[in-house]
Design a protein around this ligand. Structure first.
Ligand SMILES: Cc1cc2nc3c(=O)[nH]c(=O)nc-3n(C[C@H](O)[C@H](O)[C@H](O)COP(=O)(O)OP(=O)(O)OC[C@H]3O[C@@H](n4cnc5c(N)ncnc54)[C@H](O)[C@@H]3O)c2cc1C
Length: 299
């Protein structure tokens, strides 16, 4: 078990340390209240802290997380300062269970930094997922896009500064700055809601940029501060797999037919009847992907 002085050293080492994200962004821990023991203490409110062993704490935390007994995780809180491009921030602020205070571009000059995309970072539109991307353009093809981006960003900044020089109010002068402009904010959230944020935003379906922020927060900050919670979170949320009733019935039919690992034809024969008339079926694709990960079907 970590001693109070070890804990203080760990928190002091993390506080205000800027973990870089993207080309000019960062996240830093400002403050933290609570640790693994705070979660356990809340869950054992009727017993007091007692003399339980770390192994008991671990089992209790794992039980709570597995069974979505969530309120003990609300007893810990973390406050961060983040520097993030506005398009990414726009996704971030959809998480309503945090407290936010953001840099004001009515009051102050907009931060003179915009997220730039390297030649080899332009991602192609995904074909299977209308919301996603897959693979990157070759750097040669990305170069003119990067140059056009740099020109656009420089021009929009020039126009912004010209407006300010002409005496236009900051609140109006900013209106044509691109969404790639960095903003900064304090972001405070309890551990339960932070885990929800991380589960959604570390997921492969989340946009790469916010995924980088979430992964940095999770792995660089939450993991060392809450090692038992983090371990349970990885096991039961991040790397868990949800099987629907339909998925389970497909598996049961495949197992019953002795067709495991099944090829595509056997999988289609065992699919849910409601999918079988459809040329394209996202739920069937998702089921296939889950079964592929489990080794129950093979390409
Ligand atoms: C991959 C991905 C794609 C997305 N695509 C889109 C999109 O195309 N368009 C779009 O608009 N958004 C999109 N979102 C945002 C998404 O719909 C949620 O708004 C966002 O992820 C925040 O989730 P949340 O509401 O669970 O979190 P929080 O706001 O942090 O809320 C946490 C939980 O609190 C509860 N809660 C909070 N507020 C309320 C409330 N008012 N009423 C009832 N319960 C509440 C809910 O249980 C909620 O799950 C996307 C998110 C992801 C991860």
């Amino acid at each position: 078990m970590t001693t109070p002085s070890d804990r203080r050293l760990l928190v002091d080492a993390l506080r205000w340390r800027k973990f870089p994200v993207l080309d000019d962004g960062h996240v830093a821990l400002v403050d933290v209240m609570g640790d693994d023991a705070a979660v356990v203490q809340a869950a054992r409110v009727s017993y007091g802290e007692g003399t339980r062993k770390t192994s008991d704490d671990r089992q209790l935390i794992r039980y709570l997380l597995r069974h979505a007994h969530t309120t003990p995780f609300e007893m810990a809180e973390l406050k961060f300062v983040v520097r993030v491009p506005m398009d990414c921030w726009r996704q971030w602020v959809r998480h309503r269970t945090a407290n936010i205070n953001e840099y004001s571009t009515r009051y102050s000059l907009a931060i003179d930094s915009m997220q730039a995309t390297r030649d080899d970072e332009w991602r192609s539109q995904a074909t299977g997922n209308r919301q996603g991307s897959e693979g990157c353009l070759p750097a040669d093809a990305g170069r003119p896009l990067t140059e056009a981006e740099a020109a656009l960003q420089a021009e929009s900044r020039r126009i912004y500064e010209d407006r300010l020089a002409a005496g236009i109010a900051r609140e109006q002068a900013r209106k044509d700055l691109p969404l790639s402009t960095y903003t900064e904010a304090y972001w405070k959230i309890d551990l339960h809601n932070l885990l929800h944020f991380l589960a959604l935003r570390m997921d492969a379906h989340a946009q790469l940029e916010i995924r980088r922020y979430a992964t940095t927060i999770g792995e660089e900050i939450v993991r060392p501060l809450f090692p038992l919670v983090w371990e349970a979170f990885v096991d039961y949320r991040l790397e868990a797999l949800r099987l629907t009733r339909l998925d389970r019935e497909v598996i049961r039919r495949l197992a019953g037919a002795g067709a495991v690992p099944a090829d595509r034809t056997a999988f289609l024969a065992a699919q849910d009847p409601s999918w079988s008339g459809l040329d394209r079926c996202r739920e069937r694709d998702e089921c296939w992907a889950k079964l592929l990960g489990l080794g129950l079907v093979a390409e």
